[in-house]
Design a protein around this ligand. Structure first.
Ligand code: ATP
Length: 320
């Protein structure tokens, strides 16, 4: 696909924030990142706190300027008036003035986005139906649950019928039902041909809904691909975990394990047995450990080899 067709095209993008009174120091939040988002895909930006996710979103929305490199939205410079019109944005904690109903809130947001007055009412009705708020549209928004407010936020972001929907932590703070409702809505939007760019630190959410994911950490892209491509990429980096249940003296246990695994986790079970877990090394190391434990009269009640959860895999990746 030629870069002219990408919905988001970011190339060697840098962002340095000025720090201190005279801006003599800088903080390098984005260190030359490259990303592209294809039309109609749900793209997830995943990363720990401070990774630079919000900074990238702010550049795409024109809230902050990059310090180098380029960022384009459907071929237009990110932040330009024309590019902004193509984007709908659902911020992390969108708040609505407390006296508003869903209808009046959408009217307000529609006017702010210059949606023609004649279209606001019909688009609002259609969108409230889509997000499952039909029949509740005349209630005060302050009486809505967090999930309902988030769905209203989504309707607000779609009022001007944007090509690209940018969502910041869309399921944060929602219960499992609320999270699944938002995921279903994202899937519906994809079916309607919209491109969705979402920012999250919840890996399981991203995995359930995204076609492709970029992992951002320390201002750098550490990997891009489908969730399964990324998982297999990082799982080859020795991310299998060994969990053992042992009976014996803890000093002997910890001394033996520290020689093959650092760090390791330990927990005394109600039975008095010790449960230890650590990232697996080679089979030879494991054999040596078992020999050592047995020499020290430690009994091995259980030994499991488990894959790290996806969350742990990505944490490993971003810490590397
Ligand atoms: P979170 O998940 O916590 O929201 P994030 O991945 O969105 O994190 P950013 O908010 O983009 O991360 O911040 C990236 C880094 O840039 C952080 O270290 C942050 O402290 C720093 N930063 C963000 N905004 C500014 C600013 N205006 N001035 C100085 N530093 C900033």
């Amino acid at each position: 696909m030629s870069s002219a067709n990408w919905v988001v095209d970011v190339h060697k993008l840098h962002k340095k924030y000025s720090l201190g009174w005279f801006g003599t120091k800088t903080f390098h939040a984005l260190k030359g990142i490259d990303l592209c988002v294809k039309p109609g895909e749900v793209f997830g930006l995943l990363g720990p706190n401070g990774a630079g996710k919000t900074t990238l979103i702010k550049i795409l929305l024109g809230i902050v300027r990059g310090s180098g490199g380029t960022a384009q939205v459907m071929g237009l410079p990110a932040g330009s008036r024309a590019a902004r019109k193509l984007i709908g944005y659902l911020p992390e904690n969108l708040s609505f003035p407390s006296h508003h109903t869903a209808i009046s809130a959408l009217q307000l947001f529609g006017r702010l986005s210059s949606v023609p007055e004649s279209l606001i009412a019909s688009r609002s009705r259609e969108l409230l139906h889509m997000v499952g708020l039909a029949g509740r549209e005349r209630e005060l928004v302050r009486r809505y649950s967090k999930g309902m407010r988030q769905r209203l936020g989504l309707a607000q972001a779609l009022l001007h019928d944007p090509q690209l929907l940018v969502m910041d932590e869309p399921t944060d703070g929602l219960d499992p039902v609320g999270r699944s409702e938002i995921r279903n809505l994202i899937t519906q939007l994809k079916q309607r041909g919209k491109t969705v760019f979402l920012n999250s630190h919840i890996l399981q959410e991203v995995e359930l809904v995204c076609d492709r994911v970029a992992i951002l950490a320390g201002g750098q892209v550490r990997g891009v691909g489908t969730p399964s491509e990324l998982t297999s990429q990082f799982q080859t980096q020795g991310t299998t975990k060994i969990r053992m249940e042992l009976i014996g003296d803890f000093q002997s246990i910890s001394h033996s394990i520290a020689q093959v695994a650092d760090p390791f986790e330990s927990l005394q079970l109600p039975t008095g047995n010790w449960q230890v877990s650590f990232a697996a090394g080679s089979q030879q190391q494991l054999d040596q450990l078992i020999d050592q434990l047995r020499q020290k009269n430690v009994s091995i009640c259980k030994l499991d080899r488990t894959q790290l959860s996806l969350e742990e895999v990505f944490l490993t990746a971003v810490q590397s």
